[in-house]
Each structure stands twice: as C-alpha cells, then as structure tokens.
Design a protein around this ligand. Sequence first.
Ligand SMILES: [Zn+2]
Length: 181
Amino acid sequence: MRRAVFLDRDGTINVEKDYLYLIKDFEFIPGAPEAIQLLNQAGIMVVVVTNQSGVARGYYTEDDVINLHRHIACKLEQYSAHVDAWLYCPHHPSGRGSYALPCNCRKPLPGMLQEAAMRHNIDMDNSTIIGDKIADIEAGKAAGCHTILVRTGYGAEDEKSVGPQTVVCDDILSAVKYLLK
Ligand SMILES: [Zn+2]
C-alpha cells in the first residue's frame, strides 16, 4: 500500500481567487512547487482533491478545470515536480442539470479521497490531507487520514474554529516539512 498526501488546490497550492479557471489568473502560493517536489522525492504519492462547484454553477466547464490542471502540471515540471492524480468534484446541490447532485465527492464528504485510495491502493492510516478549509479537515477525518490546516487561503479564518488537536502550519511548504521531519 502507498503513502499519499492529499492536497487541496485553491488556497493551498495556488492563491485563492473566487472560481479560478483562467490560466492567466493562476498563481502558486510561494513554496508550493518545492513542497510538491519534496513529496515526490520522498516517494509519497501526491493527489489533488478539489471542489469545483463553479462547473455546477455554470461559471466554467469541466474542460476548463482539466486545462487549468494541465497548465499547473506544466508549471510544476519546471520545478521537477509532479502531481500523481487529480480529482475534482464538479457538483453542487443547487447547480445546473446533471451536476445538481447531492454527491459524496464534494468535501467535507470523503468521496474523492476514498476513490483515490481505492484506485491507487493508498494506506489511509499513513496518509495526510493538507488544506485551508475546515471542509478539508472534515473530509480527511471522514476518510481516516491525518489532517493539516494551512493558514493560506481561508485558513487563517478557519483556524479559529478547528479543534485544538488539529495541526496547523503556515503554508504548504511548512506542512510538508513538518510531515517529512
Ligand atoms: Zn461531487
């Protein structure tokens, strides 16, 4: 079984911008490519799990999400870093058409983590989710992995409402260094 780190995207890997989908608006949080490279070097699987309700809301399409992920992958290559699996949830209960689902993949539900674990034989006891929202922490707990909240994105705000037992780090790079130490 493989050890994995699940990474939230917006607010954790890249600067939070409401409903980001344009490549020109993409901006790494400082240290994010290095953090992913450190995980790669340590042989830990890197899995991105991101809520993209902008699809259900009609702000952009699944193709836009996939194109942006391709762009991020290209940028990461410049740092000799890579993501092993990309999962996104395009649903929202009040969305449009076929996306208007009460799904089990939208965080705080653990569907994306469970899907990745099944597909890639991931050892949850030995894996961790890193994210900036309480929804990330709850998804991790529901999936049975460790959790780290980062203070980037919404994290500084959400830190006020997480329990004292939750590990909190300044950003993705300090979270990964904490994991690897
Ligand atoms: Zn979903």
